[in-house]
Write a protein that binds this ligand. Structure first.
Ligand code: G3P
Ligand code: MG
Length: 245
């Protein structure tokens, strides 16, 4: 089984992160999947953006939570990266789902960002959108907030959930089961051979984030890591071809 390549925030090394341009590019170069981040807007809509403010990646300022989706979509989310992307807008999760329906070979890892106390009905909205667009087979939900995963699992146990973590957890597959997760998304810094071996025995896919370094990519592919998440899917695919054919 070849190591699956996920574009982190799309092909974010070559295109502005979390934009349709970055997602389309990742699919075009042959990635197996895409990772993106979701926040909640002022009007409780699902917006695809990493930070909890718009400052770094748009020409606006302030919290995502203080913007309606319509206000967010008036911002330019491409120019900070390069002038050629000045037409890019913050995608809604629904827009991404519409596109996903046309690329059934692509897996979509939705990372739930979370502002404690404030994101009321966030998981419900995500699950409803997945069901409405009929993309459950393509979707993996992950989060550092494992309460959110447990909630998703209670709402719809057929949606795949993955724990995100960056500690050296002992036998994390046993812990993951307690929140209804069936896969592991560890930081590369805590991914060691024993983790890959134990997870394989336990039947838990491992998708390691975020790896851009060529040597690390080679090591993980040589160790038959099930999947990696990278800003440079095209480069990772070239390395995979060298190592795994
Ligand atoms: O989902 C993996 C990775 O995206 C987690 O960290 O901060 O890049 O969203 P971050
Ligand atoms: Mg993320």
């Amino acid at each position: 089984m070849k190591t699956k390549i996920f574009g982190h925030r799309g092909s974010s090394g070559t295109h502005p992160e979390n934009t349709m341009a970055a997602f389309i590019e990742a699919e075009k170069v042959g990635a197996d999947g895409i990772e993106l981040d979701v926040h909640y807007t002022k009007d409780n809509q699902l917006a695809v953006i990493h930070d909890d403010t718009v400052d770094r990646t748009t020409n606006g300022i302030g919290l995502v939570r203080n913007h309606t989706l319509r206000e967010l979509q008036q911002l330019d989310v491409g120019s900070w990266f390069s002038g050629e992307f000045s037409n890019e807008r913050v995608p809604s999760l629904q827009e991404v789902f519409s596109w996903l329906q046309d690329v059934p070979h692509i897996q979509l890892n939705i990372e739930l960002k979370y502002v404690a106390l404030d994101y009321v009905q966030f998981e419900e909205q995500i699950v409803q959108a997945i069901e409405k667009y009929n993309v459950m087979e393509q979707v993996i939900i992950s989060s550092f907030n494992h309460y959110a995963l447990k909630k998703v699992n209670e709402l719809n146990p057929n949606i795949e959930c993955a724990i995100l973590y960056m500690e050296r957890l002992y036998e994390p597959w046993d812990y993951a089961k307690t929140v209804g997760a069936t896969s592991l998304h560890p930081n590369v810094l805590v991914t060691e051979p024993t983790l890959l071996i134990g997870a394989k025995e336990a039947g838990f896919p491992v998708r390691v984030y975020t790896i851009n370094d060529e040597d690390k990519l080679k090591k993980l592919m040589s160790a038959h890591c099930p999947a990696i998440i990278t800003d440079y899917p095209e480069k990772a695919l070239r390395i995979r071809k060298e190592i795994q054919g």
